[in-house]
Design a protein around this ligand. Structure first.
Ligand SMILES: [Zn+2]
Length: 434
């Protein structure tokens, strides 16, 4: 998890503005905002905890904060005040008011609403909320599919400042796409989606790199090639040349002209990143040039299973999302950490008790139609959940334990969707004998 951070590392420790404390009627101190999963309540019978949080307003160094508490509570051991400050810091309620902003003014302005949200949700002790944003800046994402789900997700990832998004899609824009696919206009009808998508996304944020290729995933080998990294030369037969951005792409190039990491992959420090536990078999594919695969395609039928296998083999984290009518879900998978997609799917089939006979295909319970019913709402939710899963894995904010699906059922808004099963030792994809 996060690096050890001490009180001394915080020049001007400050209760995060989003976590501002208040006093309850019975004299306790509530800090962290009244949101389940963030906030905490501290008993304060002597009243000095309140003095402490008030003193941590960013105007004092750690020793001055302690001195301020002791000024009004002279009998308190100084060590107690210092320890309480360290506890608040370890719980993620504190940042450093003096931390510098490590990005140019233009990016500071662009991300001036998103970074405070990261700060709000981040419960790892960090002096600067920009750490998470810098991880996004370094991140490289492979996005498969730029339709409804993928288009909404791409918009969110590019707007949020993910450093490089590579889009893959074989289709052209059709009129029936326009009820839910936000990257396209009527003027794009007949145009390859990936071309229009890349143009729209570049227009949204020229501070990041957006590339794309028109390509169909027709077999697992296609995915393995995409995961390995952008092609050096050539192009899929009949497809257009790869669409490339200028700008920041240049700094990602290695001496042989291939895109490469200017920085280590994000997430290796304290995000989940590509950490593969020792219980995993050694990856059978070379490490990916990407930090994350974002799957927003539902064809061919086996694409999720293929993606699961390829990402396990490459040790690459991945996320997916989609809808079945009014039920919208997203999944979060990191090789070696928790259930893989197949573990989870098998667990979910068992849990749902579909009352199927031996050998009966579970797919009969979920009819697939050539027209996948979807609206701007379901595609928007699906893409937003997908982007949230991707951003959380890339930044570690909020911290997630991979191997689960979450979502919403529009028929029952009060009924949260959460699927989690343990990793299955006999799983054909990630189990011992895989
Ligand atoms: Zn598995």
């Amino acid at each position: 998890m996060a690096e050890a951070v001490t009180v001394e590392a915080f020049g001007r420790p400050r209760i995060k503005p989003e976590h501002r404390a208040y006093r309850t009627v019975d004299g306790n101190v509530r800090v962290g905002s009244v949101i389940h999963g963030i906030g905490a309540e501290i008993a304060d019978p002597q009243g000095w905890v309140w003095t402490l949080v008030e003193a941590m307003d960013g105007s004092r160094g750690p020793s001055e904060v302690v001195a301020e508490v002791l000024r009004t509570h002279p009998d308190l051991p100084g060590e107690d005040a210092r320890q309480a400050m360290a506890d608040l810091l370890a719980a993620g309620f504190v940042d450093d008011a003096r931390a510098s902003v490590p990005v140019p003014p233009r990016e500071e302005d662009r991300y001036s609403r998103g970074v405070p949200l990261l700060r709000w949700m981040d419960l790892a002790p960090r002096t600067s909320p920009w750490d998470a944003q810098l991880r996004l800046r370094k991140a490289r994402v492979l996005l498969i599919g730029v339709g409804g789900t993928g288009g909404h997700a791409a918009q969110a990832l590019v707007a949020s400042g993910v450093g490089h998004v590579h889009c893959v899609d074989p289709d052209v824009v059709e009129l029936s796409n326009l009820n839910r696919q936000p990257l396209y206009r009527e003027s794009d009808l007949g145009r390859p989606k990936v071309e229009a998508a890349v143009a729209t996304l570049r227009a949204l944020n020229s501070d990041v790199t957006v590339t794309g290729e028109r390509r169909e995933v027709a077999r697992p080998e296609d995915l393995a090639e995409l995961v390995a990294g952008p092609r050096q030369a050539g192009r899929p037969p009949g497809g257009p040349p790869p669409v490339r951005a200028a700008g920041r792409d240049a700094e990602h190039r290695t001496s042989d002209g291939r895109p490469g990491h200017a920085d280590p992959p994000s997430g290796t420090a304290d995000g989940p990143g590509r950490a593969v536990s020792s219980s995993m078999p050694a990856p059978a594919l070379p490490p990916s040039r990407y930090d994350l695969l974002v799957l927003a395609a539902d064809r061919p039928d086996a694409i999720r299973r293929w993606t699961n296998r390829v990402c396990l083999a490459a040790g690459l984290p991945w996320v997916d999302a989609g809808y079945r009518g009014p039920l919208v879900t997203a999944g979060v998978y990191v090789p070696g950490q928790g259930a893989c997609w197949e573990c989870l799917r098998d667990g979910e089939i068992a849990r749902r008790d579909l009352r199927l006979g031996p050998g009966q295909d579970p797919e009969v319970a979920s009819p697939r139609m050539p027209w996948n019913p979807a609206s701007a709402v379901t595609a928007g939710l699906s893409g937003a959940l997908l982007a949230h899963a991707a951003l959380a894995l890339l930044t570690g904010v909020p911290a997630m334990e991979p191997g689960f699906r979450f979502g919403v059922n529009l028929m029952l808004p009060g009924d949260p969707v959460h699927q989690r099963t343990p990793r299955h030792p006999d799983c054909p994809a990630c189990g011992e004998r895989a």
